[in-house]
Ligand binder design. Structure first.
Ligand SMILES: Cc1cc2nc3c(=O)[nH]c(=O)nc-3n(C[C@H](O)[C@H](O)[C@H](O)COP(=O)(O)OP(=O)(O)OC[C@H]3O[C@@H](n4cnc5c(N)ncnc54)[C@H](O)[C@@H]3O)c2cc1C
Length: 564
């Protein structure tokens, strides 16, 4: 280069490029105010009074600070210490500060307690909505929140235990100290059912319990055996199944004995899970661990089933929340990124994909919140048979369907972000790894489908109730009517019912979602849901919505920056 052109030589430290065409981060938004489907569901199902608190919670869960807690709680996995530095057995799990902050936020907001401490119309719905907002930030800490919430009906079966434990379980506070329950003001509860030889079939449990003195409900027993999957092992106590001479029974097993010694619940190791990383799940051995019998001897499953029912409800809420967050992220990205001359949000094929993903959320939320209302109504009026029976079928069907739809939904939403979606810097990768968990936890898919059949066999009225609920929208859409009638036909012949159980539960869920969406009253959403999911479409991917739908409305509901 001659001297004349010297000034054109590139500076080696020159700026290589400008960063542009990137979506803004989805943070510092109000996750409640911007969620039209959620706000409508809250009002529709009797929890309108909770809106100020939900809006305040949504403002918090949308902050960059709290979103960051979710990342940190997963980046810094829980660490297990079997012994302390001097060799004493401690069975201690250390969590990152961010996990504790999330726990404190959830417990101080009453996600574990509100419908029990202040039962009123809409209480379960309001609490579910709060949980839905919180779960969008981080799913792992939802496990102990859910278990603590869900343990209340089971522990209530034994009034003497309830009197001692419930005031502290229902306290809206978090005390993570590893000290005996009687030294604390706030407690969390876990559960131990699954053993190596069987999780679905808990009757195969081999853990044994021997009475310390007198036998029966409320009496102390010592448990010897193991549990293969006990999540949140730093909980203050666990509801555990163990065999007595009279069969499988349920026990409340504390971390510490009343004399201040450590109860011998020994953690063998933590599970190395692909998802749900912030939440420690452990393998434990019970070496004479003390526990009090909850419910009747030999009736352990009916005792713990109360807890299981609530955890299944929370699986519906948690998975629906994962879907909502995935769509919010996908739409946020598509709105802020252009390709081939238009923002992705304006590209017809991307609109089809995003609207279809939003319809999934609409359906999930519709059935989940209807079950929330059923919980409210059946708790407030135990004689309300319709709501009770609706719940009996709705929990397995809804849990099955929503959780099972989530992995593919998360994957499609991830793909909307292109390559960024698969990096751990975005929440999409975590949502994807989280997506299969709820489907397996608390009764895997087949188990839910079989539970639906069990309910039908034991209480045939559940089916009449289901169709009575569907009947509320009869005549409003010929395709829905046709799908409901075809479903009724399935029950005329119960041969091979087990073999067909998934098909039946799919259709129970889909028709209920469609019916709920019709009742909800947004014609664009209901029409698109029915047109895409109840037609003759057959197997389908997301993004295959038929022509002629009002995508504008659906996408506005999906957009976390647009509230209508
Ligand atoms: C993240 C996570 C946390 C967990 N935390 C806890 C916890 O805190 N406490 C706890 O007790 N457990 C916990 N579990 C365990 C979980 O509840 C069990 O894994 C689950 O119930 C399935 O039991 P399993 O693993 O023994 O599988 P199996 O019972 O062996 O089932 C394997 C498969 O067979 C299917 N199946 C079973 N029976 C039938 C049948 N009759 N017909 C057709 N198919 C059938 C199931 O649907 C499943 O797909 C946790 C699991 C996960 C993933």
């Amino acid at each position: 280069m001659n001297a004349k052109h010297e000034h054109l030589k590139p500076d080696p430290l020159a700026q290589t490029h400008d960063v542009f065409n990137q979506a803004r981060a989805l943070e510092d938004y109000n996750a409640y105010d911007s969620d039209t489907a959620l706000r409508e569901a809250v009002r529709r199902h009797g929890a309108g009074w909770a809106e100020p608190a939900l809006s305040a919670h949504g403002a918090k869960t949308g902050t960059a600070e709290i979103i960051e807690w979710g990342f940190l709680a997963n980046e810094h996995k829980p660490q297990f210490f079997s012994h302390d530095r001097q060799g004493y057995r401690v069975d201690y799990v250390k969590y990152h500060e961010s996990y504790h902050r999330l726990m404190a936020l959830g417990l101080e907001s009453g996600i574990h307690s509100a419908p029990w401490t202040d039962p009123k119309p809409g209480a379960h719905v309001a609490r579910a909505a709060k949980s839905y907002l919180q779960a969008q930030v981080e799913a792992g800490h939802g496990c102990p929140l859910t278990m603590t919430f869900a343990a209340v009906p089971s522990i209530s079966l034994k009034p003497s235990l309830a009197k001692e434990w419930l005031p502290k379980i229902l306290n809206n506070a978090y005390d993570p100290r590893n000290v005996p329950h009687y030294e604390k003001e706030a407690l969390t509860i876990g559960m131990g059912m699954t053993e190596k030889q069987g999780g679905s079939d808990v009757r195969a449990n081999t853990t044994r319990a021997w009475a310390v003195g007198a036998e029966g409900p409320g009496e102390p027993y010592e448990l010897v055996g193991h549990k293969w999957f006990t999540s949140a092992p730093m909980c203050d106590a666990f509801l555990v199944l163990a065999q007595t001479e009279n069969g499988l029974s349920c026990f409340l097993v504390p971390r510490w004995r009343p004399d201040g010694s450590k109860n011998p619940i020994q953690v063998q190791r933590l599970k190395n899970k692909m998802g749900n990383v912030s939440n420690a799940s452990s393998e434990i051995e019970l070496r004479g661990a003390l526990g009090w019998m909850v419910g009747e001897e030999g009736r352990g499953v009916p005792a713990i089933i109360e807890m299981v029912a609530m955890t299944r409800f929370d699986c519906m809420i948690g998975s629906a929340a994962g879907q909502r967050q995935a769509v919010a992220q996908a739409v946020n990205h598509a709105a802020g990124r252009a390709a081939f001359g238009k923002t992705l949000l304006d590209q017809p094929l991307m609109r089809n994909v995003l609207a279809d993903l939003q319809l999934e959320v609409e359906g999930s939320l519709a059935i989940a919140m209807r079950m929330g209302e059923a919980l409210d109504q059946s708790t407030l009026d135990p004689k309300n048979e319709h709501e009770k029976l609706l719940l009996r079928l709705g929990l397995p069907a809804g849990k099955y369907w929503i959780c099972k739809r989530s992995p593919f939904h998360a994957y499609e939403a991830m793909e909307c972000l292109g390559g960024n979606g698969v990096t751990e810097d975005f929440i999409m990768a975590r949502l994807y790894r989280e997506a299969p968990i709820n489907a397996i936890w608390e009764g895997s898919g087949n188990v839910q489908a079989l539970d639906m059949l069990r309910a039908l066999a034991k209480t045939p009225a559940v089916l009449e109730t289901w169709f009575a609920e569907l009947g509320k929208t009869a005549g409003s859409d010929a395709r829905l009517d046709k799908a409901v009638n075809a479903l009724k036909h399935e029950f005329a012949d119960m041969n091979d019912a087990e073999y067909r159980a998934r098909d039946i539960v799919d259709r129970l869920s889909l028709t209920m979602q469609a019916s709920q969406l019709v009742e909800a009253g947004n014609a664009s959403v209901a029409e698109a849901f029915i047109a895409s999911r109840l037609g003759e479409h057959g197997d389908r991917n997301y993004g295959t919505l038929p022509r002629g739908l009002d995508l504008e409305t659906i996408l506005a509901r999906a957009n976390p920056w647009e509230s209508s």
